[in-house]
Design a protein around this ligand. Structure first.
Ligand SMILES: C[S@@+](CC[C@H](N)C(=O)[O-])C[C@H]1O[C@@H](n2cnc3c(N)ncnc32)[C@H](O)[C@@H]1O
Length: 315
């Protein structure tokens, strides 16, 4: 969970697309889907957003209807109010939502039959399926509904994550760019203690610097797929200033950067592993048909292609 804990506590974003426009909350097709779901929900309903992250969907629901009693759970150590301030649009909603950190979906601590609607945006699929479904079923009251948008193996999001994972793995491999950067940082740190560099030291630095920049370009050129190039450029944006400001470059800085990238890779790998295939969707349908009154699992298609699965269950 450390990779999610550090992401949610250090990134001022409402959801896991921190690099995109969705960081300020859901918009476009996803927001429209949820607005339509929430429209007929009765005033004062109790709604639980599972695997909420920093509460992107919970905020959308709370802003949709202030009378909703929203509870937002996640297995990670979330506390979004510490990141946002009263000047942020989402702040009043965040204040109203009851966040419950360190609560895995498969171990929901809420009372049985206490919830009207359970919702999830790219979160339910991260938990062990049967145990999570059993808990959701338990907490829902009579005729309660569970509605989730679930990652698909066939979506453009998963394709994008696969490209991201390829790039990150390459940069983090034993003799990859990050390890070259670490060697450079060790040299910079050693030279920084000198009051004046000798000619030999200047030459040593210059050779290392040239070799690193060459390695950087070689790595960049290895990515021939356009989306992988974009991933490389996104990551390089944080690496270039480290090399440029070599006077203050330390091994600790590179270690920190490496750890952030490792966490990023883990989050992406989690996403890829959680995404459902057609077969998985069929298995889920079969499993649910024995315990739920109404079961629907279908693919959501938007202009860009397959977005996700839509899961709708009624108790
Ligand atoms: C892709 S993020 C989605 C977060 C949020 N719903 C959003 O739309 O941004 C997946 C979330 O699942 C959470 N998670 C992973 N395993 C979980 C589990 N077993 N139970 C509950 N949450 C879990 C992670 O901590 C992370 O916050």
């Amino acid at each position: 969970m450390q990779h999610w804990n550090s992401y949610w506590s250090n990134t001022k974003t409402l959801n896991s697309f921190a690099e995109g426009q969705q960081q300020h909350g859901y918009s476009g097709d996803i927001a429209q889907f949820w607005q339509a779901i929430l429209q007929p929900v009765a005033e004062n309903s109790t709604i639980v957003d599972i695997a909420t992250g920093n509460g992107g969907l919970a905020v959308l629901a709370q802003q949709h209807n202030a009378s909703f009693n929203i509870i937002a759970t996640d297995a990670a150590d979330i506390n979004p109010l510490t990141l946002f301030s009263p000047s942020d649009d989402c702040y009043p909603a965040l204040q109203q939502i009851q966040f419950m950190a360190n609560v895995p979906t498969e171990q929901l601590t809420l009372a049985s039959n206490s919830v009207d609607l359970v919702i999830s945006q790219f979160g339910f699929e991260y938990a062990p399926l049967a145990a999570a479904l059993a808990q959701i079923h338990r907490v829902l009251g009579k005729k309660g509904k569970f509605i989730a948008l679930v990652h698909s193996q066939h979506s453009f999001i998963t394709q994008d994550c696969q490209d991201g994972a390829t790039v990150l793995q390459q940069l983090l491999q034993t003799d990859g760019l990050l390890s070259q950067l670490m060697q450079f940082a060790n040299l910079c740190q050693a030279l920084a203690t000198e009051t004046q560099l000798s000619t030999a030291q200047q030459q040593q630095f210059s050779e290392h610097n040239t070799a690193l920049l060459q390695f950087f370009r070689q790595t960049q050129q290895q990515f021939t797929v356009q989306n992988q190039q974009e991933w490389f450029n996104l990551i390089a944006k944080d690496l270039v200033p480290l090399i440029m400001n070599w006077q203050s470059l330390t091994s600790a800085t590179v270690d920190k950067t490496k750890q952030n990238l490792q966490h990023f890779l883990q989050r992406i790998q989690d996403q890829i592993a959680s995404a459902w295939t057609n077969q998985r969707a069929e298995e889920v349908k079969a499993l649910c048909q024995t315990t739920w009154q109404q079961v629907s699992v279908e693919q959501m298609q938007i202009e860009e292609g397959v977005l996700c699965w839509i899961v709708q269950l009624q108790k």
